[in-house]
Design a protein around this ligand. Structure first.
Ligand SMILES: Nc1ncnc2c1ncn2[C@@H]1O[C@H](COP(=O)(O)OP(=O)(O)OP(=O)(O)O)[C@@H](O)[C@H]1O
Length: 308
C-alpha cells in the first residue's frame, strides 16, 4: 500500500510560544484506520488542523494524495472530510439543506441520491426536514458526519468522534467507520478512549506533549509491549516465597493465597515450565490458575508516563 498522507518533520509553535507539535513524521496508508491516541493537550487537534489546512505549520511538509497542502491546498482539501470536535453548523437550516450545501462548497454537482444514501446510513433520513437546532446532541453529531461525507472524500478525519455520546451512538459510529473503510475510505480518528482504538484501529499512533512517541500496528503493539501474568491459587497459603523460587520475581497476594508470575510473551522462554517444576519440588500445590494479558490501556499509560 502507498501512503495517502505524508507528514514530514512537522512542528507547530503557537503565537504564545507554546510548542504544540515537535518534529512529527508520519505516513498514513491508503485504506487504513489510524487512531491517534494521546492525553488532553497532546497536540492531536493541532495535527489534524494542519493536515486539513486550518492551522499553518511552523515547519515541515504535508502532502495529501500527493498534493502539497500549502501549494495545492484545494486539491488536497477536496480529498478530506473533517468531523471536528465542536458542532459547527447552521442551526436554522434543515438537515437536507445543510448536507447538500456542504457538497456544493467543494464544487461537486448536486446528487440527491447520494445525499439520501448518506442520511439513511446515519439514521438521519426521517430527520431530513428538521432544523438542526431541534436535534439532540447525538443527532447533531451525525449531521456533522453527513456533512463531512457529502463531497465523497477519500479521507475522513474524526476528531474525538464519540466524546460525550451514548453507547448506542458509539456503536453506530464504529459500525459506520468500518463500513466506510470497506468502501475504501481512509480514516484517521483521535481519541482518548483506549477501548475505541483497541476496537477500531489498524494502526495506532501515540502522541504526548507534541511528540509522536510511537506508531505501531495494533496487533504488533499488543504483542510487543504486552506482558502476561500467570496467577496460581494455592491450596495452602504461604507466609513467604521460598528461597528456591526467588529468581522468578513472584508476588504473593490474597493473604498468601495467590502467587503471581509476570512474563514477557515475546521472550524466547517464558519460564513457565521451570516455574511449575520448581513449585512441585517446593511442594507448593495449587487448585486453579488464570492468565491475564495487559490491555492497550496499560500499555498506553506506561508509554505516556515513561515519556514524562
Ligand atoms: N491557538 C492556540 N494558541 C495557543 N495554544 C494553543 C492554541 N491551540 C491549541 N493550543 C495549545 O496546544 C496544545 C495542544 O492542543 P490540541 O488541541 O492540539 O490538543 P489535543 O491533543 O487535541 O487535546 P484534547 O484531547 O484536549 O482535544 C494545548 O496545550 C493547547 O492549549
Amino acid at each position: 500500500m502507498s501512503p495517502i498522507i505524508t507528514i514530514a518533520d512537522l512542528s507547530k509553535t503557537y503565537a504564545t510560544g507554546f510548542e504544540a507539535l515537535k518534529h512529527v513524521t508520519l505516513e498514513i496508508e491508503s485504506g487504513e484506520i489510524f487512531a491517534l491516541l494521546g492525553p488532553n493537550g497532546a497536540g492531536k487537534t493541532t495535527l489534524i488542523s494542519i493536515v486539513c489546512g486550518l492551522v499553518n505549520a511552523s515547519q515541515g511538509r504535508v502532502t495529501v494524495g500527493g498534493h502539497d497542502i500549502v501549494r495545492n491546498y484545494r486539491a488536497a482539501r477536496k480529498m478530506i472530510g473533517l468531523v471536528p470536535q465542536e458542532l459547527t453548523t447552521d442551526a436554522f437550516e434543515s438537515v437536507w439543506a445543510t448536507v447538500n450545501l456542504s457538497r456544493g462548497l467543494f464544487g461537486k454537482r448536486r446528487d440527491p441520491a447520494l445525499v439520501e444514501d448518506i442520511l439513511r446510513r446515519l439514521s438521519l433520513w426521517d430527520k431530513k426536514d428538521s432544523k438542526i437546532i431541534t436535534l439532540s446532541g447525538g443527532m447533531k453529531r451525525r449531521v456533522m458526519i453527513a456533512k463531512a461525507l457529502a463531497h465523497e472524500p477519500q479521507i475522513l478525519f474524526l476528531d474525538e468522534p464519540t466524546a460525550g455520546v451514548d453507547v448506542e451512538l458509539r456503536r453506530d459510529m464504529w459500525n459506520l467507520v468500518r463500513k466506510l473503510r470497506s468502501d475504501g475510505v481512509t480514516i484517521i480518528l483521535t481519541t482518548h478512549y483506549i477501548d475505541e482504538a483497541e476496537e477500531m484501529a489498524d494502526r495506532i499512533g501515540v502522541i504526548n506533549r507534541g511528540e509522536l512517541v510511537l506508531v505501531e500496528d495494533k496487533a504488533e503493539l499488543m504483542r510487543k509491549l504486552g506482558k502476561k501474568q500467570l496467577t496460581l491459587q494455592l491450596l495452602q497459603p504461604l507466609d513467604a516465597i521460598p528461597g528456591s523460587l526467588s529468581s522468578y520475581g513472584l508476588e504473593l497476594s490474597d493473604d498468601g493465597g495467590e502467587l503471581t508470575y509476570s512474563y514477557d510473551t515475546q521472550a524466547e522462554r517464558t519460564g513457565i515450565t521451570a516455574l511449575l517444576r520448581d513449585l512441585a519440588d517446593a511442594e507448593i500445590r495449587f487448585r486453579d490458575l488464570r492468565t491475564r494479558q495487559s490491555s492497550l490501556e496499560e500499555i498506553f499509560v506506561n508509554l505516556v508516563s515513561d515519556a514524562k
